[in-house]
Design a protein around this ligand. Structure first.
Ligand SMILES: O=C(O)/C=C/C(=O)CC(=O)CC(=O)O
Ligand SMILES: [Ca+2]
Ligand SMILES: [Mg+2]
Length: 426
């Protein structure tokens, strides 16, 4: 292929010209407010952010769909993701050309270049879309099995329905926050130990959940399901997601209607949406499904992506983070397209910018589980993090997720998704 950008990009960067993930940012130096500080869309290239509002205003999106489109003059990516795959492809081609070492239009125009290429360290990242709805699936079989073993025992760890449909719950969109936002330890009613009554107070089982999430593209009208074989055209791209979970609150409240306050106090996503187009070289066959799914979930292309995932914890008071688990997106049993088709099969409408979490992504090996619930077996097997013992997260602990696909001579990375636990309100 040999795509080379005139912007210098380190070999180990997550954001070479092959990636070009989308986010929304505001220049942190624009202290005067006004237009200079307004949120606008950008793509990451090396250590820089390309300001798409400037590129657009300069008339450089010259293809048939994006020429004269106001989609990059918005404070969110909703309008752009709603345009669909032809617009996404056009934008990607235009941007790869504009950033190419062979294309003079930006490379040789220093005043335009200075206006549109900002140092990543000098911008503040914001939520990339206005998230109308957020749904969280439960699509890793290893995670489902471990949870079943912990909560229900070995007789039948995975419920009958799990193998027939992608299980999910409706999450809370209002508390989805961008990477770096502190997470306040929630208070709530929590599961009684032994035969004591429930207690009220700060959660004693604060956990992370290693997930990724799809950003919905055009979506569908109410009453009109999306066919599984075209579902990929409704997925703009992926972000990292931490579905923070208070295990003691969750265990007490979730029967029979599902997770509620044990999940809705905060969900963190990473700022850069990596497009399915950029992930295409990392597509791999998804696990064979047994029993065969019903026809509406049977797809001609049953694919996952090979995305290595890592969770690091920087314990309170420590200087260095410790790697606690490594997993891979390819561990998902139900694919993104099956999740999306299932979500709409009853006619439920998805809208541009909606967020669909995959569920905790655990692998089969001991070191590949996606949450502390599994890693410490609900607190029964405390973990040693560089000399500090943890059953669950403590105040001041910082959790860092990383994801990076390794291509031939380049990466397609997601950056990181971080959050630090703050003490509960008194
Ligand atoms: O199997 C159960 O009874 C419980 C499962 C979980 O607690 C997993 C969970 O938190 C759902 C999720 O991934 O958000
Ligand atoms: Ca979850
Ligand atoms: Mg949560």
């Amino acid at each position: 292929m040999g795509l080379i950008s005139f912007v210098e990009v380190d070999l180990d960067s997550h954001f070479p010209i092959e990636n070009l993930p989308y986010g929304v940012f505001r220049p942190s130096s624009a202290c005067g407010g006004g237009d200079a500080a307004a949120p606008r869309p950008g793509v990451a290239i090396g250590d820089f952010v390309l300001d798409l509002s400037v590129v657009s205003s300069a008339g450089l999106f010259d293809g048939p769909i994006l020429k004269n489109s106001p989609c990059f003059l918005q404070a969110s990516l909703n309008m752009f993701v709603g345009l669909g795959r032809p617009a996404w492809k056009e934008a990607r081609l235009t941007l790869q050309r504009l950033l190419s070492v062979d294309e003079p239009i930006l490379r040789d125009n220093s005043s335009l270049r200075e206006k549109c290429l900002l140092k990543m360290s000098e911008v503040e990242m914001l939520l990339p879309t206005v998230i109308g709805d957020y749904t969280d699936f439960f699509s890793s079989m290893h995670h489902a099995k471990n949870c079943g073993l912990i909560f229900r025992g070995p007789a039948k760890p995975i419920q009958e329905n799990w193998f027939h449909l992608p299980i999910a719950y409706h999450g809370r969109a209002s508390s989805v926050v961008i990477s770096g936002t502190p997470i306040v330890r929630p208070r709530g009613q929590a599961y009684p130990t032994g035969s004591s009554p429930p207690y009220f107070g700060p959660t004693q089982k604060m956990d992370f959940e290693l997930e990724m999430a799809a950003i919905v593209g055009p979506g569908n009208e109410l009453g009109k399901p999306i066919d599984v074989n075209i579902a990929a055209d409704h997925i703009f791209g992926l972000v990292l997601m931490n579905d923070w979970s208070a295990r003691d609150i969750q265990a007490w409240e979730y029967v029979p209607l599902g997770p509620f306050l044990g999940k809705s106090f905060g969900t963190t996503i990473s700022p850069w949406i990596v497009t399915l187009d950029a992930l295409e070289p990392f597509a791999c066959e998804a696990p064979k499904q047994d029993p065969e799914p019903l026809p509406y979930l049977t797809e001609s292309k049953h694919v996952n992506y090979d995305i290595p995932l890592e969770v690091w914890i920087k314990p309170a008071g420590h200087e260095h983070p410790v790697l606690v688990t490594s997993s891979n997106f390819s561990n998902l049993y139900w694919t993104l397209t099956q999740q999306l088709a299932h979500h709409t099969i009853n006619g439920c409408n998805l809208r541009p910018g909606d967020l669909l979490g995959t569920g905790t992504i655990s692998g089969p090996e001991e070191g590949s589980v996606g949450c502390l619930l599994e890693l410490t077996w609900n607190g029964q097997k405390p973990q040693n993090l560089n000399g500090t013992i943890r059953k669950f997260l403590e105040d001041g602990d910082e959790v860092v997720f990383k994801a990076c696909c390794k291509g031939k001579g380049y990466n397609v990375g997601f950056g990181s998704c971080t959050g630090k636990i703050q003490p509960a309100i008194p």
